[in-house]
Design a protein around this ligand. Structure first.
Ligand code: SIN
Length: 458
């Protein structure tokens, strides 16, 4: 009897328990399936492994991730005297690196991401480029990214805001194609590798280096359509310079002060979103009596955000203002105000309008596009513009904080041949000397001699 009751009881309890656990395991399988569906499919990259020689070598390993541009440009019909008639993105990076002298400061590998003009890259391709750079930095000590110069500031800032690695990322290019007279391509490539190999821009985010000058990606802009010193950072200036033999850094971007902390990384981790999440974002330029047509057209195209390049401190015409109000109210478009002056800050902003600080319109568009890919909340986006978009330095230290400055020893300069004594200077008893270039220089006289202080060694 007791056995029967026990059997019935256990059946009564066991069956619902079994059904319940079956349902629980089915729902967890479903949840995993849903999550697997949500997880973005990430691209993979054929980044070259380090060779045994590279592993054994004391030099840092630098990879050049190539996208094309004028640096990889070939003169049309062999006309090496024309800076305008060429095909951008023609030579492969492996070919270009093989034409450089063996690098003194780094072992160099290459990865050909693409080969075209900078303006031809879509935002989805930049998503891939950023992930390729991070994949390369899992293996290499630093990366050089070569791009065309036309939209270099946008590509560089996209990398700056998205690459997760703290290792150096140095963007470079050229204003003259590789094979014309006076090309800046080989020198820029060589020097960019030197900066990446030096490790001196670790934690800086992405920097841009052309013409021996290093700039922060957030601050740099192309200022001239032809000159080789076209890149500049209005309001800010250079971070540093590359001279033979030194890489000198004279100031650090605001971001570098967060080195080693969780706040250093931006919220824009591309591995967590699909490239389809990148929204359309446009730029509208203000001018005398500008109509609202540009805004209405972009809204019709389906933009989620618009950057206005306003006059002065961000002003826009009444036509643009009315179109902006309508786009914010009826289409929930988020606006960022910047200035068309080429320099200076825009403050304020309320509702669906966010101030762009001193980001130029092209930079602000990248920042807004990434913000909208990760949030639809204007207050979150405003917060990101005020923190990651604004380069405001505010330093505080605690007892455990140690700030270090460079302790790099100056590399020895190449030895210069000793002057050769040739003949006495007429009218004096002193011999003249000839320097290796063959120019005469007077021998030291009493006035020019410097007294040597003798320092006793302990
Ligand atoms: C480009 O941006 O791809 C062409 C112009 C250049 O690289 O200087």
């Amino acid at each position: 009897m007791t056995e029967m009751i026990k059997g019935r009881f256990s059946k009564k309890v066991l069956i619902p328990v079994l059904i319940l656990s079956l349902l629980v395991s089915m729902s967890s399988v479903l949840a995993i399936m849903v999550r697997a569906e949500e997880a973005p499919v990430l691209p993979t990259f054929d980044i070259p492994a380090l060779t045994q020689e590279q592993v054994a070598s004391p030099k840092p390993n630098v990879i050049v991730v190539a996208t094309g541009g004028t640096l990889a440009g070939q003169a049309t019909n062999g006309d090496k005297a024309s800076f305008q008639s060429y095909r951008a993105g023609t030579y492969t990076m492996a070919d270009l690196v093989s034409q450089l002298p063996i690098h003194k400061n780094a072992d160099v590998s290459t990865y050909q991401f693409g080969n075209k003009g900078s303006g031809g890259y879509t935002m989805k391709e930049l998503y891939d480029l950023s992930l390729a750079v991070d994949a390369a930095l899992e293996i290499y000590d630093g990366a050089v990214v070569t791009t065309g110069t036309d939209t270099m500031e946008e590509i560089a800032y996209f990398l700056d805001l998205t690459v997760r690695s703290e290792k150096p990322v140095v963007v470079t290019g050229a204003m003259r194609p590789w094979d014309v007279v006076g090309t800046d391509g080989p020198a820029n490539l060589y020097q960019a590798i030197k900066v990446a190999g030096s490790g001196k821009t670790t934690w800086f985010g992405t920097v841009v280096m052309l013409n021996d000058v290093i700039f922060a990606a957030r601050e740099v802009t192309k200022t001239n359509s032809h000159r080789m010193d076209t890149f500049d950072a209005p309001m800010f200036g250079a971070l540093g310079y590359v001279d033979d033999p030194a890489v000198r850094i004279y100031r650090a971007p605001a971001r570098a002060f967060k080195a080693g902390t969780p706040e250093w990384a931006t919220p824009f981790d591309l591995k967590t979103i699909s490239k389809d999440n990148l929204p359309l974002v446009g730029i509208v330029y203000n001018y005398q009596e500008a109509s609202g047509g540009a805004i209405r057209g972009l809204v019709e195209d389906g933009v989620k955000g618009i950057v206005t390049a306003g006059t002065g401190a961000g002003g826009i015409s009444s036509g643009l203002s009315a179109a902006r109000t309508s786009a914010m109210t009826n289409n929930n478009v988020i606006f960022v105000s910047t200035t068309r002056t080429g320099s200076g800050s825009v403050y304020g902003g309320s509702g669906n309008t966010v101030a762009g600080d001193n980001l130029n319109a092209a930079h602000a568009r990248i920042m807004l596009l990434l913000s909208l890919a990760f949030s639809g909340d204007v207050n979150v986006i405003r917060g990101w513009f005020q923190s990651f978009g604004t380069a405001d330095v505010d330093i505080s230290v605690d007892a455990d904080t140690v700030l270090r400055t460079s302790v790099e020893e100056e590399p020895a300069l190449p030895e210069v041949e000793a002057p050769v004594v040739t003949a006495p200077i007429p009218g004096t008893e002193e011999p003249a000397t000839t320097d290796p270039a063959g120019e005469e220089s007077p021998a030291a006289t009493e006035e020019t001699e410097v007294e040597q202080e003798t320092v006793a060694t302990p």
